[in-house]
Design a protein around this ligand. Structure first.
Ligand code: E4P
Length: 213
């Protein structure tokens, strides 16, 4: 499983990128709205730094509008992935963009059937939202498991992005359930590094080293 960072903040992207673990970036309108910069300028900055997939979400809700926006977004850089919501119009846009060779990420996926529809429309990625399912008392991880099984049974190449990740346990479990990618906020990526025995071990090694001098 690869790591994407889920943010539109350049400082956060630079920090995670410096660790050498970031294979891509996902943004959404809420994340972009927090930034004091135009969407296209921010996407240029991100794609200048990150080689992997950079998801940029369309705002239009009708297929024609989504396709127009998607075509414009894709001009920004070759690694732009157009993020499209899971609706009938969205799938029409995914199919049209796929025909143009443009990668797409179908977002706001909350059921296995939605994931299957997205894959059949030609989506490069599907993004099931774990945390938001957990929030309403459903099991987000079970959804990843089911989508992963269905895609394996039917030899579907669409990659599963575990999204709406809230804590490190989501990451481990998503990897075990077969997600290809986990898109995580910086906070969660940072949490993945930590183990008290690692800190204790570093301290003990340094103390022993310094004691023998
Ligand atoms: C994924 O692409 C989304 O941007 C994101 O994971 C949403 O997460 P949230 O539920 O924490 O807003």
């Amino acid at each position: 499983m690869k790591f994407f960072i889920d943010t539109a903040n350049m400082d956060e992207i630079r920090e995670a990128h410096s660790w050498g673990i970031v294979a891509g970036v996902t943004t959404n309108p809420t994340l972009v709205a927090k930034e004091n910069i135009t969407f296209h300028d921010r996407l240029r900055e991100i794609t200048n730094l990150v080689d992997g997939s950079v998801s940029a979400e369309v705002i239009a809700l009708d297929a024609k509008g989504m396709i127009e926006e998607g075509l414009e977004l894709a001009k920004i850089a070759p690694n732009i992935t157009v993020k499209v919501p899971m609706t009938p119009d969205g799938m029409q846009a995914v199919a049209a963009l796929a025909k143009e060779g443009i990668k797409t990420n179908v977002t706001l996926v909350f059921s296995a059937n939605q994931a299957l529809l997205a894959a059949r429309a030609g989506a490069s990625y599907v993004s099931p939202f774990l945390g938001r399912l957990d929030d309403i008392g459903h099991d987000g991880l079970e959804l990843i498991d089911t989508i992963s099984d269905i895609f394996a049974i039917h030899d579907i190449q669409t990659e599963i992005i575990a999204a709406s990740i809230r804590h490190p346990q989501h990451v481990t479990a998503a990897a075990l359930k077969g997600a290809h990618i986990a898109t995580c906020p910086l906070k969660v990526l940072k949490q993945l590094f930590h183990h008290p025995l690692t800190d204790k071990g570093i301290e003990a090694f340094l103390n022993d080293w310094n004691a023998q001098k």
